[in-house]
Design a protein around this ligand. Structure first.
Ligand SMILES: Cc1cc2nc3c(=O)[nH]c(=O)nc-3n(C[C@H](O)[C@H](O)[C@H](O)COP(=O)(O)OP(=O)(O)OC[C@H]3O[C@@H](n4cnc5c(N)ncnc54)[C@H](O)[C@@H]3O)c2cc1C
Length: 468
């Protein structure tokens, strides 16, 4: 496809994330002003913070709950993602087996129950968020990926998760792309959702139970206030809390320790205009499955409730010093690359335009799934490191956070997943150098039949990596 055709497809695309560019977006709640008190303060109103508030209120452990959000509800990763709600708590079964071999079957069971519980909450709260339990297909677009899919299929079946290998023809019968050489159909563990509408619905559900949410209230200080209380300072006010949960993802953390384990990695997404029935029929996709390709640098894509194609991934970008900034959410070069890959996958859609192009920060950690911790003598609990698969896992994490903040013993809090830490990233400038070498090696492996060089083999042996 020519440069000018790529440019035309992107011309006029809005950089507001599709999900946030919606008439359903609620008006901003007012910021925190003056002194307030509560039993549980939650910092961050993405999925982790909102589920924590809701679960604490539902469980009744917490008493009064206040959420403080620096910007707007779901304005960060939670309103910018692909909307894949995965049952896996471990960024996929393969990664879970590698890190938690002794408890993976329990984690898989808890993950399936977690996905069911999300669906039940959506139904019970009447949240209109296009929740569809579609299943997913991993597609191979290079011959070496077929072996990887076959191994994944075997592993899935061995751990009780249904999975079926598809040959090239049956993959293309479902979704018509000349690039597909085969696929792995996983019917059970994936739902698709409009993530912003889900987050707004969770916020309302928490408020109906008495929770309070303050937007545009960045917490810039967390200190002990004596008598067992903690003081959270915001520009216009302060909150005294008995317990605090930090759900601040890739942003500069209020507990310094978290920074060792988290890299903010920018991931980018395009959404087409609504395709309409004629253009959609050129692709098929009657099952509306969530799709991703099986390379190290991979795309994820799906249909939206109004039949656009959302197309994201591939180019995971880290910036020196854990930089996080709204100016990093737009990256022309990556949008062009994504558009080019889109039309290679779906050449029959030539002429389709992208209405939205945006980016967001992912809280990558070296084991690709959330880690947990406490600070201030156990009165502060935190979770981070979901690495691009936190839409579903954040609900499970919320229950862990309530357990940790209030010292409740549970099956969850004893898990190795909860008690162990990922391998920390080195400080700068080594951090950037290690990410650069890893990204280069992964791209090289994709070009050389998946063969991993000495650096990637070393990381594999240490059980660490870089992903989105
Ligand atoms: C482009 C992209 C695509 C993705 N696709 C998927 C996907 O398809 N499926 C999936 O499962 N996951 C996906 N993810 C990851 C997923 O979005 C996250 O794992 C999930 O939303 C994490 O939610 P969170 O609440 O932990 O973080 P966030 O949504 O980032 O929320 C953290 C909040 O904390 C606030 N905050 C930070 N510091 C402070 C402070 N000091 N005071 C007050 N507030 C503060 C921030 O403003 C922010 O709103 C994707 C992420 C991105 C960026």
């Amino acid at each position: 496809m020519s440069d000018s055709a790529v440019e035309r497809s992107l011309g006029g695309a809005s950089h507001v994330p599709l999900w946030l560019d919606s008439p359903a977006r609620p008006a901003a709640r007012p910021p925190l002003e003056g002194e307030h008190e509560c039993d549980l303060a939650v910092v961050g109103a993405g999925f982790t913070g909102l589920w924590t508030a809701l679960r604490a209120l539902e469980r009744g452990d917490a008493g009064s709950v206040v959420v403080l959000e620096a910007d707007r509800i779901a304005s960060a990763a939670s309103g910018r993602n692909g909307g894949f709600v995965e049952a896996s708590l471990t960024h996929g079964l393969d990664n879970g087996v590698a890190h938690f071999p002794g408890e993976i079957d329990l984690l898989e069971r808890l993950g399936r129950a977690n996905l069911d519980a999300i669906q039940a909450a959506v139904e019970a709260e009447g949240i209109d968020c296009g929740f569809e339990r579609t299943g997913a297909i991993d597609v191979a677009t290079a011959a070496w990926q077929l072996d990887a899919l076959a191994e994944s299929a075997e592993l899935s079946v061995a751990h009780g998760a249904p999975a079926q290998l598809l040959d090239a023809d049956s993959t293309r019968e479902r979704v018509a792309s000349p690039t597909y050489l085969g696929g792995l159909w996983r019917p059970a563990g994936t739902a698709l959702v409009d993530p912003a509408r889900l987050a707004w619905g969770l916020a309302s559900a928490a408020e109906r139970r008495g929770g309070r949410i303050f937007e545009r209230s960045p917490v810039h200080g967390l200190d002990s206030a004596g008598k067992g209380a903690l003081r959270l300072a915001t520009p216009l006010g302060a909150l005294l809390a008995r317990r605090v949960v930090l759900a601040t993802s890739a942003f500069p953390p209020l507990v310094r320790e978290i920074r060792r384990y988290v890299l903010p990695v920018y991931d980018y997404v395009l959404a087409t205009e609504p395709l309409g029935p004629d253009r959609l029929s050129e692709v098929g996709w009657k099952g509306r499955e969530g799709l991703s390709d099986a390379g190290n640098q991979f795309h994820y894509y799906r249909l939206t409730p109004d039949d656009r194609i959302l197309w994201g991934g591939y180019d995971a970008v880290y910036h020196f010093g854990n930089a996080v900034s709204s100016r990093l959410e737009v990256r022309r070069r990556t949008f062009q690359l994504l558009a080019r890959h889109f039309f290679t996958t779906f050449p029959q859609l030539e002429g389709v335009r992208f209405s939205h192009a945006w980016g967001g920060a992912i809280d990558t950690c070296s084991r690709f799934c959330a880690f947990f911790g406490t600070a201030e003598s156990g009165r502060v609990a935190y979770a981070a490191g979901f690495t691009g698969l936190g839409v579903g896992a954040s609900r499970f994490a919320a229950d862990v956070l309530v357990d940790l903040a209030f010292g409740a013993a549970s099956e969850r809090s004893g898990l190795d997943l909860v008690r162990s830490r990922p391998f920390p990233f080195p400080p700068e400038p080594l951090r950037s150098a290690a990410v650069g070498l890893t990204r280069w090696s992964l791209a090289r492996a994709d070009r050389h039949d998946g063969r991993r060089n000495a650096w990637l083999r070393l990381l594999d042996r240490l059980g660490i990596g870089f992903d989105s």
